[in-house]
Write a protein that binds this ligand. Structure first.
Ligand code: ATP
Ligand code: MG
Length: 409
């Protein structure tokens, strides 16, 4: 027996209607803010991710599904910002009126250890806004994340923000962090030692308890909490906060928030839930003003985020699936087919008994699956009527063929 691969999951009809709802609500909320959907391929040149996500990240170092085809190295997308940026450049979107506002949804692939909230094929929904360096753009995308979560009935999530500054202020911060952590290198985990050389700020993102304890030390806290960002970056960050206040979006500043990807500058943010256990981040994002240029396009500031849809799914309270509107009960297949056509044409979901079983069997089936049984036996056919049975109340009426549609609610 061949089974689904470790870290992948079938989305069955018992759950797919909730996924459809998540997707429908994404389209609704993002369209209201004039964001348009973009669909990019699921595989791209490996180099796109090596350059776009950064070769000091866990994603590129450990988690990519990479394969060769016709001597080309290809990779299943581990995230979608790099692909969207590639498309932005390839289609000359910098010549369009700015900002360009896009959203996407779809599967992503990362070779990680599967566990609750962590799969190898998972889904993200995300937005990207190109062409504005203004703090109002940062606030706009954070606002969209919040509005989408609210639309899904999620109102009590924690929003954390931080500013990583620009490359210049970040360099100062990086040097200070390296200096103060140097004496502790032997106590930090292996990953942190690797990051120390490649991408020291990411050390602060470490989830290992013994590393977290070291960050609590006074001299290290002093560096972390010290205001290292330059005046321009500080003004930008202050404005983002001011706009979030205008929008009544509560947030916390978390100076340890650095995010896993290499390309962020200035604002970074995460949205977390206390109801998710250890994989508690639902949404992650930030500003990436240099990525378009890094990937060969014109200098274009940008800001965006991605949400994990499996984690959203586990948080939302599940509504009942829609029941079938009408089950047609008839021993005359041709008549049943005709009336099912008419019902569907009038936007009622409708089905009949393909096997043309006896009346009683069909009525049982109707009672299990539908809101109404529409009975079309010999009597009804002769008198050109139908009998409509409301299966919730058991109320039954006989009405002319010409007016039965009005009786279905
Ligand atoms: P984490 O710290 O949980 O590994 P990340 O920083 O790798 O997150 P991002 O790359 O920012 O995650 O992706 C955005 C969101 O996508 C995450 O907040 C999470 O909800 C979801 N996500 C990431 N990786 C997975 C995965 N393997 N399985 C399910 N969801 C995921
Ligand atoms: Mg990860």
């Amino acid at each position: 027996m061949i089974q689904a691969q470790k870290g992948t999951k079938d989305i069955l009809p018992t759950e797919s209607y909730i996924w459809q709802d998540m997707e429908y609500k994404a389209k609704k909320i993002f369209s209201l803010a004039n964001f348009q959907e973009i669909r990019t391929p699921i595989f791209e040149a490996t180099e796109l991710f090596a350059r776009g996500v950064g070769d000091s990240t866990d994603i590129v170092n450990k988690e990519m599904y990479t394969f060769e085809k016709s001597e080309r190295s290809l990779t299943l997308r581990p995230e979608n910002t790099a692909g969207v940026v590639r498309a932005f450049i390839e289609h000359g979107f910098s010549r369009l009126p700015q900002p360009v506002k896009l959203w996407y949804k779809g599967p992503m692939f990362r070779y990680e250890r599967p566990q609750a909230g962590r799969q190898r094929q998972f889904h993200q929904v995300g937005v990207e806004m190109f062409g504005s360096a203004e703090p109002s753009a940062d606030a706009e995308v954070i606002n969209l994340a919040v509005k989408y979560l609210n639309e899904l009935g999620l109102n009590d999530l924690e929003i954390e923000i931080n500013s990583l500054g620009c490359p210049e202020c970040r360099k100062k911060y990086r040097d200070a962090i390296k200096d103060v952590l140097k004496p502790y290198l032997k106590d930090l985990c292996e990953d942190c030692n690797f990051r120390y050389e490649k991408n020291p700020l990411r050390i602060l993102d470490c989830k290992v308890d013994s590393c977290k304890a070291i960050f609590e030390k006074d001299e290290i806290q002093k560096v972390i909490l010290g205001d290292f960002i330059c005046d321009d970056c500080k003004e930008h960050f202050d404005k983002v906060q001011e706009y979030l206040n205008v929008l009544n979006i509560p947030f916390k500043i978390n100076k340890l928030l650095v995010r896993g990807l290499d390309y962020y500058n200035r604002t970074v943010f995460e949205i977390k839930s206390n109801n998710l256990g250890s994989q508690n981040a639902v949404c992650g994002g930030g500003r990436y003003d240099s990525l378009v240029e890094t990937l060969g396009g014109p200098t274009t500031p940008a800001v965006g985020w991605a949400m994990g849809m499996e984690r959203l799914f586990s948080l939302i309270s599940k509504s009942e699936p829609n029941r079938l509107d009408v089950f047609v009960v008839s021993e005359n297949t041709s008549e049943a087919m005709k009336i099912v056509e008419e019902l569907r044409h009038n936007n009622f979901s409708a089905e009949f008994d393909y096997a043309n079983r006896k009346f009683k069997k069909q009525l049982d089936k109707a009672a299990k699956s539908a809101k109404y049984a529409l009975i079309l036996m010999d009597d009804e056919i002769k008198s050109n009527t139908v009998t409509l049975k409301n299966l919730d109340t058991s109320e039954q009426i006989n009405v002319p063929r010409s007016s039965y549609l009005e009786k279905i609610i």
